[in-house]
Design a protein around this ligand. Sequence first.
Ligand SMILES: [Fe+2]
Length: 297
Amino acid sequence: MTTTEHQSASPTSPSDAVTAGAHATESARSGLSNLRGPGSGEVDQQRIATVVGAALEGIRAAIREHEVTYEEFDAFKRWLIAVSDTGEWPLFLDVYLEHEVEKVAAKRQQGSVGTILGPFWLDGQVQLDTPATLPMRDDEPGTPMILAGQVTATDGTPLAGATVDIWHTDDEGWYSGFASKPPAGNLRGVVRCDDQGRFEIHTRKPAPYTIPLDGPTGQLTQAAGWSPWRPAHIHLLVAAPGHRTLTSQLFFTGDPYLGNDVASADKPELTLDPQPTGRGDEIRADRDFVLEPGSDD
Ligand SMILES: [Fe+2]
């Protein structure tokens, strides 16, 4: 197994945290600058002193309050080195800290509720016109699922030219591009909506999964006795010209890991309740998205 975020219901699934971590690190280096804009590039000395100073003081306070020993301090150093060696910084940061950054950003945002991006978005996936079927294997396991809806502006105007970039795990919790099992591009795509902003995406329902347990992030999680599970979810980037791209995830009612997401990314507003379509075991969920004016810079 070569995923950085993997399902572990099957203890026979091997994981290669180093390989997956390298992929996630490379993706973070190359893709995120395009996704979120280049930034100002300016160094704000006061801002650095304030934010980094507060973060360091939080750690110092923990050391004082809990009387951290040299043995624990050295174990901390070794763990930090392991996170670097395995390329798990994107995983660790996105699992344990990104949700707080997202909440800060959300305070000044309008439109549909979003959540974290996570470390497993990949740029340059296949572009498809709606109604679209995501790339999948001939014998792709899992429940056939349709996700459909409409993308509009905050005033209700349908957004022609909208796109829905979608990625999720397969029925066993593996991400293509980060795991050896699914082929490249599996269950990933960028769907072009129609001239009314409508989309219809045919895929498979994803599965809950754990973060990888063989790397330092998973090892820390288990050592602390925390749950490593993420509820099943679909990742989305909903975009339209002249509007801020919405980063979101959609979850499923009844998922046993809702409310106990290791990444703290689930929100009640993001839960789907798919219903049977009557065609075999196929299910369908409808979800509209509202984008606010603006850009991603
Ligand atoms: Fe995910």
